[in-house]
Design a protein around this ligand. Structure first.
Ligand code: 5GP
Ligand code: ZN
Length: 115
């Protein structure tokens, strides 16, 4: 399995080659502040291994569980009880970085359905 992808922005962030504001990390996941926050708390949680999107991640159940455990670790650390988790899949619905990432958003009211 590929563990990193040479031209991937978030692989570069996980490796520390590209700067980021770390919020949380563990064995499987790395979490950092979104550069363009859409809520008072807006953190991106990524698996350390490269997967292009959530469907690709689902091919590896251990890695998928690792991402969820990372989200759990982040929200436990930050004391977040109410938050929204978004995984955009495909450019048409807003995915712009093709290393799977969970947006964790909190700190303001949020409407439903999402835009
Ligand atoms: P997507 O649109 O793929 O669901 O989310 C990508 C997110 O990555 C966006 O919210 C965008 O603001 C964020 N982003 C893009 N480039 C960088 C970067 O270099 N550093 C950080 N911290 N966030 C980034
Ligand atoms: Zn990557």
């Amino acid at each position: 399995m590929t563990t990193s992808s040479p031209d991937c922005l978030f692989c570069g962030i996980v490796a520390g080659d590209i700067p980021s504001t770390k919020v949380y990390e563990d064995e499987h996941a790395y979490a950092f502040a979104d550069l363009n926050p859409q809520a008072p708390t807006h953190v991106l949680v990524v698996p350390r291994k490269h997967f292009s999107d959530v469907a690709d991640l689902g091919r590896d159940p251990d890695a998928a569980a690792g991402l969820l455990a990372g989200i759990r670790g982040l929200v436990a650390q930050e004391g977040l009880e109410h938050f929204r988790t978004v995984l955009n899949t495909g450019a048409e619905v807003g995915q712009s970085v093709f290393h799977v990432h969970a947006h964790v958003l909190a700190g303001r009211p949020m409407g439903w359905p999402p835009g």
